[in-house]
Design a protein around this ligand. Structure first.
Ligand code: XMP
Ligand code: MG
Length: 181
């Protein structure tokens, strides 16, 4: 697996350090509350797991699976709920946890959905931000790292369902894509 990576963009150590900082920040911001952390499957799983374990307050976890990408590398512009929450959002302080904001379509859809469901508050926490990819106006409240407009894999992010278990973020060698990217 590692020999398919052209370069490392963010090391495992830097990611872990960032998770520690974000976990501490969230613990302070939600002190005395019981926030609902919503992980966006599947990419947010490693990040969510690491951040929440750095929090020292109670936090409820739930997951949503939405699709806009399928196996492709560009957003179709359409968001569909594949798996909805089991938890009622009304009155809750929701922390949406994402792997990456690219066009912003997924998150703007989720924010609208949780507003419609009458969340008390909504905060967006994303590991990565690709500001150049944005087509809708949305900003995360907490961003781990900004990345250039390249396709990245690892730490939750996949190429054709592979590389999610890589402990760092990297860029694939061109031949892994069949040389057409
Ligand atoms: P939007 O465009 O809705 O997209 O903000 C967010 C989702 O797009 C996927 N995405 C990527 N996945 N490497 C990936 O593995 C990337 O560089 C990348 N850019 C966007 C991802 O699923 C994210 O949740
Ligand atoms: Mg995703």
């Amino acid at each position: 697996m590692h020999n398919e990576i052209e370069k490392t963009l963010i090391t495992e150590e830097d990611i872990q350090q960032k998770c520690q900082e974000i976990g501490e920040q969230l613990s302070k911001e939600y002190e005395g509350k019981f926030p609902l952390a919503v992980g966006v499957l599947k990419g947010a799983l490693p990040f969510m797991s690491d951040v929440l374990r750095k929090m020292d307050i109670h936090v409820e976890m739930d997951f949503m699976d939405v699709s806009s990408y399928g196996n492709e590398m560009r957003s179709s512009g359409e968001v569909k709920i594949v798996k909805d929450l089991d938890t009622k959002v009304e009155g809750r302080d929701v922390i949406i946890i994402e792997d990456i904001i690219d066009s912003g379509l997924t998150l703007s859809y989720l924010v609208d959905l949780f507003k419609y469901r009458k969340a008390n508050s909504i905060k967006i926490v994303t590991l990565l931000d690709k500001p150049e990819g944005r087509t809708v106006d949305i900003k995360a409240d907490i961003t781990g790292f900004s990345v250039p407009n390249e396709f990245v894999v690892g730490y939750g992010l996949d190429y054709q369902e592979k590389f999610r278990n890589l402990p760092y973020i990297g860029v694939l060698k061109p031949e892994v894509y069949g040389g057409d990217n």
